[in-house]
Design a protein around this ligand. Structure first.
Ligand code: AMP
Length: 282
């Protein structure tokens, strides 16, 4: 596996592959990789001839007081997992490589309500940072396809819209949520949880399962489903709800009816750790 630290190296290698007629898939990550990330690499391997992963903790998507400094990092372990899954190149830039001379003044941002909903309420600059760094990665790696997890469903919806609006010509592929055996959605931030909090965190996936079951049994009123999910979460003393919402997968605007194309998403604090989970009605 090639380890690249500069944009120029990535450009050169991807161009060489594409000149040779090979398709390239990109998997952007912030590192501290787990089986959820690995599933994106596996999916990219199936769909593309060559796979590039990026490992970069992007400062512009963290707000003041968030966990930028504390965010877990282990590049050696990341490389082992990536090469085990057949990743061809990892791009691991320093902050200065992505944001030279102290920063940038050009941002990519959606000017509709999508970045203001759900996580956007407590993280107002988050999606501007995400869109900007993903846009930079698209320009650096010029992949044929890019792979994102449904775990971050709002991010996936926003990136789909950005790619369409900006005419990237890159196919955006969403991959299912990978969970631990007991249901907890895998996340780099799970490492923050104490053993007691780890148990309490199961309330998120239990709420997802409850919501899915109610919908499967025919409940169509969003308020009824959301209420039941909220009540379940509130029963866990270590949990504090940020939001539990049902929105249209395309616009991220709230809906009243549970039907195909509805995303039910939540963010819940377990102690000081903010976790997210969701389900989509197909
Ligand atoms: P992150 O490193 O948290 O920025 O995540 C990088 C990519 O991996 C994003 O597209 C995430 O949605 C995806 N991802 C993270 N956790 C999971 C998971 N449990 N299952 C599937 N995809 C995931």
């Amino acid at each position: 596996m090639i380890i690249a630290t500069t944009a120029a190296e990535v450009r050169r290698q991807v161009r060489a592959w594409q000149r040779a007629g090979l398709t390239v898939g990109l998997v952007p990550t912030m590192g501290y990789l787990h089986e959820g990330h690995a599933s994106l690499i596996d999916c990219a391997k199936r769909e593309c001839d060559r796979v590039v992963a990026s490992v970069f903790v992007n400062p512009t998507q963290f707000g003041p007081g968030e966990d930028l400094e504390a965010y877990p990092r282990d590049f050696e372990h990341d490389c082992a997992l990536l090469s085990e899954h057949g990743c061809d190149m990892v791009f691991h830039p320093a902050v200065e490589e992505m944001y030279p001379d102290g920063g940038i003044v050009t941002y990519v941002e959606l000017h509709n309500d999508m970045p203001k909903q759900l996580c956007g309420v407590t993280r107002p600059i988050h999606f501007r940072g995400v869109c900007t760094v993903v846009s930079k990665l698209f320009n650096i790696a010029s992949p044929d396809k890019a792979f994102f997890g449904q775990k971050d469903a709002q991010q996936l919806a926003i990136i789909r819209r950005m790619a369409r609006d900006m005419s990237y010509g890159i196919e955006i592929i969403g991959c299912p949520i990978v969970r631990d055996a007991d249901g907890l959605a895998k996340s780099s931030r799970n490492t923050y949880l104490s053993p007691e909090e780890r148990k309490a965190a199961l309330v998120l996936s239990r709420a997802v399962r409850l919501g899915e079951k109610m919908v499967a049994e025919g409940e169509t009123r969003a308020a009824v489903v959301l209420n039941a999910m909220q009540t379940l979460i509130e029963g866990e003393p270590l949990a504090l709800i940020d939001y539990v919402s049902a929105v249209s997968l395309d616009t991220l605007m709230p809906v009243t009816e549970m039907k195909s194309g509805v995303l039910t998403a939540m963010a819940v604090y377990i102690g000081r750790t903010r976790l997210i989970d969701n389900f989509i009605i197909r």
